[in-house]
Design a protein around this ligand. Structure first.
Ligand code: 4HQ
Length: 284
């Protein structure tokens, strides 16, 4: 997987290259990262990359020509390396990314990521050169660099060989559309007396798998009921949810005692998280 990133602050991406899963994947060539500074594609003495917005108002807007030339240079370099990259812009106006989207992004052979600053980018550049517009969440950051790094981290850890333990990406929260189950490690009893759920010490792998699945379902129902709304439920899953809706105590509550922090009988009011609408720039 190849990433070409267009950014006025390329030094910020050093953090990705220094330590951790992503740094190791880059070091081993599982993914490559090349940075392109739009300032290097200006032609005036001041190397101007921004200008005042037409129509007035506060802040500055990134000029189209340096971005267009930077994207073209990135595309040429990617193609020379046999990579037909698509172009994505990070912004709060974009499609909110889910783990399913990250999986689709990881299937491409390359992406050119445009990390904007100021109030954003001249809209005509987005129309002409950008294939997809992505948001990492409904809040406003001071630049697209962190969102680009967020996406790269989420994608690169999925690439074959990036994680030490091959199963861990599959076992992740959200990989099957549910929140993760709780995790525990030694010691078996903390100083405050909190114990590890007994089933996890039983050695009964089938029972452990059932408990984890049930915990994942229950936590999703409690915390993110919106994730269950659009989901095809198996018979077993539906039975667990029916019991929760009926206010039943978890069948294995004894196994959970000592570890359970909260036992809601009603899911909290779910935040509406609509699927992407036509307003989000996306081809697929
Ligand atoms: N920004 N998800 C404004 C974001 C953002 C987000 C990036 C700030 C683009 C111009 N990007 N710049 N949220 O807040 O992706």
């Amino acid at each position: 997987m190849r990433f070409d990133v267009i950014s006025l602050f390329p030094e910020q991406f050093r953090i990705l290259t220094q330590e951790g899963v992503v740094a190791r994947a880059l070091g081993r060539g599982i993914a490559t990262l090349r940075l392109w500074n739009p300032r290097d594609f200006t032609h005036d003495p001041h190397r101007t990359v921004d200008d005042r917005p037409y129509g007035g108002g506060p802040g500055m807007v990134m000029k189209a020509p340096p971005l267009h030339d930077a994207i073209r240079a990135a595309r040429v370099a990617a193609e020379a390396a046999g990579c037909r990259s698509r172009v994505a812009y990070l912004s709060p106006q974009g499609r909110p990314l889910s783990q399913a989207d990250i999986g689709r992004i990881a299937d491409a052979d390359g992406w050119i990521l445009l990390a904007g600053r100021y109030e954003g980018v001249d809209e005509r550049l987005l129309e002409a050169d950008v294939d997809e517009e992505w948001s990492i969440g409904d809040y406003v950051l001071s630049g697209g660099e962190l969102p680009a790094m967020v996406v790269m981290d989420a994608v690169i850890r999925l690439l074959p060989g990036a994680l030490g333990h091959a199963g861990s990406a599959l076992a992740d929260s959200h990989m099957d559309g549910l929140l993760d189950c709780p995790h525990y490690t030694r010691p078996e009893t903390l100083d405050d007396g909190r114990r590890v759920p007994g089933v996890l010490l039983s050695g009964d792998h089938a029972a452990i798998a059932r408990w984890r699945k049930r915990q994942a379902l229950e936590r999703t129902w409690q915390r993110r009921p919106d994730l269950l709304a659009g989901r095809d439920l198996s018979k077993d899953e539906q039975a667990v949810l029916d019991a929760l809706e009926a206010g039943a105590a978890p069948r294995d509550s004894a196994e959970t005692s000592g570890a359970t922090v909260r036992q809601l009988t009603q899911p909290p009011d779910g935040v509406e998280r609509p699927e992407s609408s036509d307003q989000h720039r996306s081809q697929d």
